[in-house]
Design a protein around this ligand. Structure first.
Ligand SMILES: NC(=O)C1=CN([C@@H]2O[C@H](COP(=O)(O)OP(=O)(O)OC[C@H]3O[C@@H](n4cnc5c(N)ncnc54)[C@H](OP(=O)(O)O)[C@@H]3O)[C@@H](O)[C@H]2O)C=CC1
Ligand SMILES: O=C(O)CCC(=O)C(=O)O
Ligand SMILES: [Mg+2]
Length: 735
């Protein structure tokens, strides 16, 4: 077979902890794979890399970078795509600005981030930066639906080594609060298009002026198109009420949003919360705040920075703070609150962490307290509400005995809310928003007020059908309970049910599935896993995100250990590493004391799957042997407890990579399917065993001192390599 120049597998270059881990792990992977003639390429989807690529035309030749995200976006549509995708930063405005500053300090002549663009040139720069913001990577790469579950080895390990769970007490004051009207949930309209169509979104203001908010939105036949809005007035009234009731209940005020993936709507909602919290200050000093360039959507942290030289405002803020309930803290030592940065508290991770802790969050006094969990929109809040009610009634879950909830998620082609940012608008004037098709049909219509947040989301027919088929295959494989988490009383879900039922019936499997609204599905799933049985949650895109942190965090303590496969619709494979993010805390620890607690188990699981997929797609039996040996190595890491410890002075991420290499080499040496590979790896395995002492002591010696990576967002590759590969002995063996 002629060898093509494109690599067999693309490994992504990302940010923060997973990228540091790659500096140590990827050389091992490359060396081992080369023995089977499997090549690994890299593509840069880091925040810094994406900024450089976006502004490449304005940079000198030697600083330019290809648009790797666009290249990958094309690759994932090819039948032979094989991509290992690590978690990257989905940047909030403060993170983006910090990355730009760092690159400027390294000599990249990038334009400053225009907070309030006035000229056309500034508007163009701002549009470029906005395209980099938020979840700008995943929606481009996810050309398939999502299949996330704990590998059997990982689940068995978690049952044998149960993690600590906080106690749930029946008198816990922790609760979820969401709006009882005026939210996205209650205003939703949805229909399925019989034919392909183009739509425009038009606001007709009360004075008759027409503004085209968006034109030329194209949908193929069979697309489910939703439209809805959140009333700004209803939101403000709700937030004011919840601030008061939190104070009365003596709990922590906490707000849980997804400002990264919902990059237009959620920062606006977050900004409403900042304004509600500081309402008397905004009422009295609104003009000054505007003059100082305060943008509440960027958070309290940015606001405090802007007003620091205005003593009158600083003391007004202090006065208001004294009257407010305590706030849920991101870092109580540093005084960073829930409202400081919109991307600090991300609902998929934050709510499960609080639930796992027995309904507790950290307060300003560095103690744990009950909390009011404010989740304004009621579409998915019932999942957390019901979970909390269930645990209050029945006590905490036991990870030693509980079963598992797997997820099959509708995600492909920017499905549902997570693809809605180009069609989300903060409404500039009172009036009526209409979605109008080319033939003049008004598809959806809402009467809105200035400041309301209007959005349209869609899900295409092919991804929906693919998702139902994926669910059928997974249920067949597992033979367990399977639930479509769809609410027949919700407009969008009713349209999906109209797709689901006929497919299940046509395939004769309708009796294997239930269709339940999220609240009922939550309770049944929790009851099921408490009995030690398993369930499959078949959900839309948002619940895919929420549940693939909620259940793993309850069952395994983290979602980072999950197998996360995206079966690309055109035949390729995208192997995501866990559902966890980039863990900024881990980088801080490495910089301060040269200990990296990042666990690469997600990467190991993805690697095994990717190699086995390659074996099938390119008919490469050696890749299968390599992949099976990865599974054995992963099992070895778990059985012998070789995962990184959290504390400096104990084995860290780099040690776990040594063990991974050793177990992998051993498994390859021991297997009987490929004698050539066995002969190749026998001496390597031997050397790795014989040099255990020198390698582990060289790795241990490196720890304990601060290190310089040459940058946070755009580190120096050589410095990073020095830090992440400190064992000369290991480096010699790996080559
Ligand atoms: N797919 C993607 O590209 C995703 C990207 N993100 C991005 O990641 C960043 C942080 O996200 P956030 O949601 O706060 O979650 P984190 O990834 O920071 O996870 C929360 C906590 O989980 C633990 N954890 C997660 N992964 C690992 C791992 N591999 N090994 C050991 N512990 C782990 C850590 O706990 P402890 O600190 O206690 O050790 C960590 O602090 C954001 O920039 C976000 O946008 C988030 C989700 C997915
Ligand atoms: O893309 C992102 O910002 C986060 C993705 C995520 O949380 C997930 O897929 O679970
Ligand atoms: Mg998630």
């Amino acid at each position: 077979m002629a060898k093509t120049t494109s690599p067999d597998i693309v490994y992504t270059k990302v940010d923060e902890a997973p990228e540091l881990a790659s500096a140590s792990l990827l050389p091992i992977i490359r060396t081992f794979a080369a023995a089977a003639d499997v090549t690994f390429g890299t593509r840069d989807i880091s925040l810094a890399g994406r900024i450089i690529a976006t502004f490449s035309d304005d940079l000198p030749e030697d600083q330019r970078q290809d648009d790797d995200l666009a290249i990958l976006g094309e690759l994932v549509k090819q039948p032979d795509a094989n991509v290992i995708k690590l978690p990257n930063i989905s940047a909030s405005e403060p993170q983006l600005v910090a990355a730009v500053k760092e690159l400027q300090s390294q000599g990249y002549a990038l334009p400053d981030y225009p907070y309030s663009p006035a000229t056309d040139a500034e508007k163009a720069v701002r549009a470029k930066y906005d395209s980099i913001k938020g979840s700008a990577v995943n929606p481009v790469l996810r050309e398939g639906n999502s299949d996330r579950r704990a590998a059997a080895a990982v689940k068995n390990y978690a049952q044998k080594n149960p993690h600590r769970m906080g106690e749930w007490l029946p008198d816990s004051k922790t609760r979820v609060s969401s709006m009882s009207g005026g939210d996205f949930f209650s205003n939703e309209k949805s229909s399925t298009l019989a034919d392909a169509a183009k739509a425009k979104i038009v606001l007709t203001a009360t004075d008759g002026t027409e503004t085209v908010l968006k034109d030329g939105v194209a949908y193929p036949a069979g697309t489910v198109v939703d439209a809805t809005y959140m009333s700004a007035k209803a939101l403000d009234a709700f937030l004011a009420k919840e601030i008061e009731s939190t104070k009365a209940e003596g709990t922590l005020f906490s707000l849980h949003m997804k400002a990264t993936m919902m990059k237009v709507s959620d920062p606006i909602i977050f900004g409403h919360a900042v304004k509600a919290w500081l309402k008397p200050v905004f009422d009295k000093h609104g003009d000054t705040l505007a003059e100082l360039g305060v943008n509440p959507n960027a958070g309290l942290g940015a606001l405090l920075e802007r007003v620091k030289d205005a003593p009158e405002i600083v003391s007004a803020i202090e006065e208001v703070r004294a009257t407010r309930p305590d706030m849920y803290m991101v870092n109580s030592d540093k005084g960073i609150t829930n409202l400081h940065v919109p991307s600090d508290v991300i609902i998929d991770a934050s709510m499960p962490a609080l639930i796992r802790a027995g309904g507790k969050g950290w307060g300003p006094d560095n103690q744990e307290h009950d909390a009011n969990c404010v989740i304004p929109d009621d579409s998915y809040a019932p999942v957390y509400d019901e979970t909390i009610k269930y645990f209050k009634e029945t006590g905490k879950l036991d990870p030693a005995t509980c079963g598992t909830v797997q997820n099959v998620g509708l995600m492909a082609q920017k499905a549902e809310e997570y693809g809605s940012h180009p069609t989300t608008f903060e409404i500039p004037a009172d009036g009526v928003v209409r979605m109008i098709l080319e033939d003049g049909t008004v598809l959806h219509e809402h009467t809105v007020e200035k400041g309301d947040i209007w959005r349209s989301a869609s899900a295409r027919k092919a991804p929906i059908e693919d998702w139902v088929n994926l669910a059928i295959a997974r249920q067949k494989d597992m033979g367990c309970q399977a639930i479509f988490w769809l609410d027949e009383n919700r407009a969008h879900d009713a349209e999906l049910i109209a797709y689901v039922k006929p497919i299940l019936e046509a395939q004769g499997v309708a009796d294997k599935f239930q269709i339940l609204a999220p609240r009922e599905a939550t309770r049944l799933s929790l009851e099921t896993i408490r009995k030690g049985e398993n369930s499959i949650a078949i959900t839309g895109n948002v619940l895919r995100d929420y549940l693939t942190d909620l259940f793993p965090i309850l069952e395994l303590a983290t979602s980072a250990k999950m197998l996360s496969i995206v079966k690309l619709m055109n035949g390729g494979g995208l192997f995501e590493t866990g559902a966890g993010g980039s863990a900024p805390k881990h980088v801080q620890q490495l910089m301060e004391e040269n200990h990296l607690r990042w666990d690469s188990l997600g990467e190991f699981c993805a690697l095994g799957e990717s190699l086995k997929f390659l074996a099938e797609s390119k008919n490469n039996p050696k890749a299968r042997v390599l992949g099976q040996a990865v599974d054995a190595a992963t099992q070895g890491i778990l059985d012998d407890n070789r995962s990184p410890s959290r504390k400096v002075g104990e084995p860290d991420n780099r040690d776990s990579h040594y063990w991974f290499a050793r177990y992998w080499a051993q498994a390859l040496a021991d297997q009987k399917d490929d004698a050539e590979l066995a002969a190749h790896f026998t001496p390597i395995a031997k050397k790795l065993v014989e040099n255990e002492k020198s390698i582990t002591s060289e790795l241990a010696e490196a720890q304990g001192k601060p290190v310089d990576l040459g940058g946070y967002f755009h580190g120096d590759p050589e410095k990073t390599e020095d830090v992440m590969r400190p064992s000369e002995t290991l480096n010699m063996i790996i080559g």
